[in-house]
Design a protein around this ligand. Structure first.
Ligand SMILES: Nc1ncnc2c1ncn2[C@@H]1O[C@H](COP(=O)(O)OP(=O)(O)OP(=O)(O)O)[C@@H](O)[C@H]1O
Length: 304
């Protein structure tokens, strides 16, 4: 059964369309990265899952439970780190986790939870004195209590330092290993690449792409960069390379003693053959994948 089903969901706020006919299925056991720039509509969709927001059209379901008409059942399957989370200033971190354990009737040691999210040492401090990152870790810890089937994390890495980001990744991997589905939003591409099975790109309320990272790279096509170390290459040869089908640009980089070519994956071999036939001595070559940043720009600038 699908963990998340979103069918034709739209949500408008006055003249702003926060979600525009979004269709999405996330399979059980998947780690799904939900990407989009600020204001794209990510939190709005997560709020639909939680029944904080009612869609104007369409429906969303969690493990088959409608997020609006069966919100109690839907929510009982989820552990959530929401966008606008709050902590109780006067309660300690340990008390927060104890509260979550009681509410979910879970059987876990509070200190084990706090340890997992890296705030064991602050267990007996009041959460009012926590930094933003610590409060976020605490709410994540509470979301993990009870081993939810679906973990929904809204920008879980915002406010964390690189060490904290690494810890979140570890938690996500561990959750996947125990069989949970993870859905998390981010506007930072690098942070999803390491852990996601698939990503969806949301732009201006529209889901403009859903694929594996590799699939997205392939469909962006022409952004593979070939770096070819050569003895020398005359301008005329580079012009010939540039005229090949699938080649975007070819230019010399004398400092690095190489030529650089942006082309589609299919054109790589033709480039090397053309250089070889022109008598250019190829000492070495390697390809550089399109960066996630480039992919993101490609998708979000092309969308209307
Ligand atoms: N309660 C609301 N009332 C009016 N407009 C809203 C409301 N909630 C969201 N919006 C608007 O809907 C759009 C989508 O917002 P949303 O918070 O879902 O985006 P987001 O992708 O989560 O962005 P961020 O990463 O900045 O949180 C934005 O233009 C936002 O201003």
């Amino acid at each position: 059964m699908a963990a998340i089903t979103v069918e034709n969901v739209s949500k408008r706020y006055g003249t702003v369309t926060a979600l525009d006919r979004v269709d999405l299925t996330v399979d059980e056991g998947e780690v799904f990265g939900f990407l989009g720039p600020n204001g794209a509509g990510k939190s709005t969709l997560i709020n639909v899952f939680l029944d904080f927001v009612q869609p104007d059209d369409g429906r969303a379901a969690i493990f088959g439970h409608d997020c609006q008409s069966e919100s109690v059942e839907a929510k009982s399957r989820m552990g959530v780190l929401p966008d606008g989370y709050t902590v109780y200033d006067r309660l300690t971190g340990r008390q927060h986790v104890e509260y979550a354990i009681e509410a979910k009737e879970a059987d876990v040691e509070p200190m084990a939870v706090l340890d997992r999210v890296g705030i064991r040492d602050a267990a007996d401090q009041r959460a009012g004195g926590y930094s933003k990152g610590m409060a976020q870790r605490l709410v994540l810890g509470m979301a993990l209590v009870g081993e939810p089937d679906l973990l929904v994390l809204d920008e879980p890495t915002s406010g964390l330092d690189p060490h904290g980001i690494k810890q979140i990744r570890t938690v996500i991997r561990e959750e996947r290993e125990r069989g949970a589905t993870v859905f998390f939003s981010s506007h930072i591409l690098e942070q999803v690449e390491a852990v996601c099975d698939r990503v969806g790109i949301l732009y201006d309320g529209e889901l403009v792409a859903t694929d594996t990272i590799e699939g997205l790279r392939q469909s962006v096509g022409g952004t593979t960069k070939l770096l070819i170390t050569v003895d020398r290459a005359e301008a005329g040869v580079l012009e010939r390379v540039e005229s090949l089908a699938g080649v975007e640009r070819a230019w010399p980089n004398p400092e690095a003693n190489r030529v650089e070519v942006t082309c589609s994956n299919d054109a790589k071999m033709d480039v090397l053959i053309t250089l070889n036939e022109a008598g250019v001595d190829i000492e070495n070559f390697r390809t550089e994948e399109a960066s996630l940043e480039e992919m993101f720009v490609e998708y979000t600038s092309g969308a209307s």
